[in-house]
Structure formats: structure tokens, C-alpha cells
Design a binder for this molecule. Structure first.
Ligand code: BDR
Ligand code: CA
Length: 316
């Protein structure tokens, strides 16, 4: 039976790839997309998510808006990597439908109660909405299963020497989630910067001559170009968010380290994900951090699934 999935996105180019990966995965049933801020604001994340779902013919998947941190403004570096519209200036029609009235926080809380162990929540943006769900419902932290993209345990951050972008947006929320939630898998830069895509692959999408293929190629080429400037040593763009979805569909793609995590919230190391020294000797570990990844197998699955999905969209 497919596992039910809530994908929490700040859509974002790699968030768009994560939505596509979820739609193309028979192991997962996407029951809702919740929108947060980060690469763009919540309103734009909602707009992009609705448009992407419509492009792939999945107007049955509801979209929910989450809370936005007070004073949030899109960072210059986010705009450089993802474009002003968040999807690399790729052009998509606005969806004909609107987001749901229910808030993302309430949707998460209700879904955890309704589906229990059959549900996994995959946040691939700041953990603001998940933290709000923990604070709203006393059972949420114990019952929710979470696979998040964020953090960096064995490598430097990508916004500061210590902080990864998603954690950096709201370190307090991430700290609360890592300290309180009973089951968290962290898919961070340790592994997501090993899974890289180049224009060799995006050409395959363009060759499909479909609306979905063109969108994936246009958005990802923009993202690859940005990475050529910010991280030329990598030789491709990081497939951060789709890797978290792939790990949810198939946990054997990564090796993990059991650990109790916390996030530094003060000083120069603000935003750092690190072991919680106060729980070092606790034999129960609430988190697993991905530290190794089967790159070849993931990339093969990524291309197979997304190319299949894009080939089913209208010919252009
Ligand atoms: C993370 O930050 C965002 O810019 C990406 O979408 C990804 O979720 C990578 O650090
Ligand atoms: Ca993201």
C-alpha cells in the first residue's frame, strides 16, 4: 500500500522537482501540498505549487498555505538561485483553482491523527509550519513521522559556514522539531550535494517536446546556471528536495546515523544542526541523519520517474 505523503514546500526549483518526484512515485500517495516561505513567499509558493500540479494533471491534490515568519523577505541569494518567480522564470499558467481554506498547520495536525503511521510529512523548506503543528497539538510530536530536507552535519552550511538555507530561515522552529519530534530523518547537504544534475539530463526532458518536459528543462537549466556561479566545484545542481522524497519512497537509498539532534540558535553558529549533548547518553535516538547516498541509483530513479511523468503531459 502506498504511504500517504504531505509535502511541505517553498516552491522553489528543486521543490518543483520534489513535487514531480512525489507524483511519479507509486510508493507514495500525495494527499496534500503545504506551502511555506523561503525561496519565495508563501503566496508565491502557493501559486507555483498549484500551477505545477495543474501542469501534471493533478488538480485533485489539495494545496494549503502555511504561516510566514514575521519580517520575512526573500534573500538575494534565493532569488539568484531560483529566479524572482521561484521557478527560474519558467512560464506557467496560473491554476484555475485556489488553495484550501484550512491552514497548513491544521491540515498537518488533522492528518497525523487520521492516518497515524501510514502518513509521512516531508518538509523541504523552513520548519516553521511543522513547529507550529507541534505547538498546537500535544500528540503531534510523538505521532508524526518526518523526513526533512535541511541541515548539514558533516559538511559546511550553504548560507553561512554553519547554516543550511532551510534551517537558517527559522533556527528556533528547527530546534523545536529536532528536540521534540520522535521520528525525524534528516536529508541534508551531507548527501544532497552529492546528487547533482547537469544539462546532459535536462536535454532529455527538452527532447520530449511536451509542456512538462519544457517546464522541467527550463526551470532546471536556470538552477544549473546559478550553481555554475555559486558552486562551480560541484559540476551540477544539487537535487536537495527530490532526494528527500526519494528517501521517503525508498529509505535504502541512504545510509543514516542515529543521533539526537538540536540546532544552535545563538551566536556565530546560529542555524547549525549538531548532536544534542544533553541527550548524548540517551540510548533512544529520535533522528537519523543521512550521511551516505547511492548516487547512481537515485539519479537513475530520478530521471526515469520525472521523464515518465513529463512524457504524459500535452505535446507542444
Ligand atoms: C534548500 O534550500 C532551498 O533553497 C532549496 O529549495 C532546498 O530546500 C537547500 O539548502
Ligand atoms: Ca525547498
Amino acid at each position: 500500500m502506498a504511504r500517504k505523503l504531505i509535502l511541505d514546500v517553498d516552491t522553489g526549483i528543486d521543490d518543483a522537482l520534489a513535487i514531480a518526484y512525489a507524483l511519479a512515485s507509486p510508493e507514495l500517495e500525495l494527499i496534500g501540498v503545504t506551502c511555506t516561505y523561503g525561496n519565495v513567499d508563501v503566496a508565491q509558493a502557493v501559486r507555483n505549487s498549484l500551477a505545477i500540479l495543474e501542469l501534471f494533471g493533478r488538480t485533485d491534490v489539495p494545496v494549503y498555505a502555511g504561516p510566514q515568519r514575521e519580517g520575512f523577505e526573500v534573500m538575494d541569494i534565493s532569488q539568484f538561485i531560483h529566479g524572482v518567480n521561484g521557478i527560474g522564470e519558467a512560464e506557467l499558467y496560473d491554476a484555475a483553482r485556489a488553495p484550501e481554506r484550512l491552514s497548513a498547520v491544521d491540515f498537518m495536525v488533522q492528518s497525523v491523527h487520521r492516518f497515524g503511521d501510514d502518513l509521512v510529512i516531508v518538509p523541504v523548506g523552513p520548519l516553521t509550519t511543522v513547529a507550529a503543528a507541534v505547538e498546537k497539538d500535544e500528540h503531534f510530536a510523538a505521532r508524526a513521522h518526518i523526513v526533512c530536507m535541511g541541515g548539514a552535519l558533516t559538511v559546511p552550511g550553504n548560507v553561512t559556514p554553519c547554516a543550511e538555507a532551510n534551517i537558517n530561515q527559522d533556527p528556533e522552529a528547527a530546534d523545536l522539531v529536532f528536540r521534540q519530534c520522535a521520528d525525524v530523518t534528516m536529508v541534508g547537504l551531507d548527501v544532497t550535494l552529492q546528487t547533482l544534475l547537469t544539462t546532459v539530463e535536462t536535454k532529455q526532458w527538452r527532447a520530449l517536446k511536451t509542456a512538462g518536459g519544457d517546464f522541467l528543462a527550463d526551470a532546471t537549466d536556470y538552477y544549473i546556471k546559478a550553481y555554475e556561479t555559486t558552486s562551480p566545484h560541484l559540476g551540477g545542481c544539487g537535487l536537495h528536495d527530490p532526494l528527500a522524497v526519494a528517501v521517503t519512497a525508498d529509505p535504502s537509498l541512504v545510509e543514516t546515523l542515529p543521533i539526537n539532534l538540536k540546532v544552535d540558535t545563538e551566536g556565530a553558529s546560529r542555524g547549525r544542526t549538531i548532536g544534542d549533548e544533553t541527550r548524548l547518553n540517551d540510548p533512544a535516538k529520535s533522528a537519523r541523519v543521512a550521511v551516505g547516498v547511492d548516487v547512481a541509483r537515485f539519479l537513475q530513479e530520478f530521471m526515469r520517474r520525472l521523464t515518465g511523468l513529463a512524457s504524459e503531459t500535452p505535446v507542444v
